[in-house]
Write a protein that binds this ligand. Structure first.
Ligand code: NAP
Length: 244
């Protein structure tokens, strides 16, 4: 059976993507930064109920060596790595003038360097297999900017450039690399925003509602499917019409 690895997938959008890819027939390698993310969490059971194999692997994806080890372990466990979804991400929001160097570097490291780490090691496996699908989680903040997110928008804009570069480097080996750019999706990450911030966003969304993690998972499922075999280097915005 084919397998998929989804980073930062103990909860939120990553967990929804993992469940959807399991329903699509993939065995699932979940990942998150700490063991406690999988305590009091039924994601592994839910995925196994679909008939898929599912294991979780603890690794900090901002760490180059841990990613090398993660990919090696997942390859040993499942035999192949057919889909990589770079989903792990964090925010440390503040206006630019108040953003500390530490929080700038942290967000770049977790959101952006992780994508390099994982594409490098999983991409090597996929090139040898002569097939593979990589989907990176960008954001509308990376496309249009967002006040209070200098670090986050930089990391997400970089992911778009990295997606196109990797698509060009890996295309001839049968590996596609695409990005999705979610708008405002209801998850623990956005639950942390203030009521005022949330209402401001809602006013800008054509569909006048927030997105659901499952609505991101559906597009990722398409990009991983045979129907998307000739789609690479693209960024699909999933924002309910936030910007047109
Ligand atoms: P979330 O609920 O916070 O989930 C992200 C997961 O990644 C968390 O479980 C987090 O663990 C984990 N993680 C953080 N650092 C990690 C690391 N170094 N290594 C491995 N795992 C790590 O976020 P989400 O809202 O589902 O977002 C998922 C992705 O979509 C992110 O890349 C985000 O930027 C992107 N996105 C989200 C939205 C939205 O509206 N929600 C919009 C646009 C883009 P901890 O909780 O321990 O940090």
């Amino acid at each position: 059976m084919a397998s998929a690895i989804i980073t930062g997938s103990a909860r939120g959008i990553g967990a929804a993507i993992a469940l959807r890819l399991a329903q699509d027939g993939y065995d699932i390698a979940l990942n998150d930064i700490s063991e406690k993310m999988f305590e009091n969490n039924d994601i592994v059971e839910k995925i196994r109920e679909t008939g898929a194999q599912c294991e979780y692997f603890i690794a900090d994806v901002s760490d180059h060596g841990q990613c090398e080890n993660l990919i090696k372990t997942v390859k040993e466990k499942f035999g192949t790595i057919d889909v990589l979804v770079n989903n792990a991400g964090i925010t440390r929001d503040a206006l630019m003038m108040r953003t500390t160097e530490e929080n700038y570097d942290l967000v770049i490291s977790v959101n952006q360097k992780s994508v390099f780490n994982m594409m490098k090691f999983a991409g090597t496996v996929m090139m040898r297999q002569k097939k593979g699908r990589i989907v990176n989680l960008a954001s509308v903040a990376g496309l249009y900017g967002n006040p209070g997110q200098i670090n986050y928008s930089a990391s997400k804009a970089a992911i778009i450039g990295m997606t196109k570069t990797a698509a060009k480097e890996l295309g001839a080996r049968g590996v596609t690399v695409n990005a999705v750019a979610p708008g405002f999706i209801k998850t623990p990450m956005t639950d942390a925003l203030t009521e005022e911030q949330r209402n401001k966003m809602l006013a800008l969304i054509a569909m006048k509602r927030y997105g659901l993690p499952e609505e991101i998972a559906g597009v990722v499922s398409f990009l991983a499917s045979d129907d998307a075999s000739y789609v690479t280097g693209q960024v699909i915005e999933i924002s309910g019409g936030l910007s047109m």
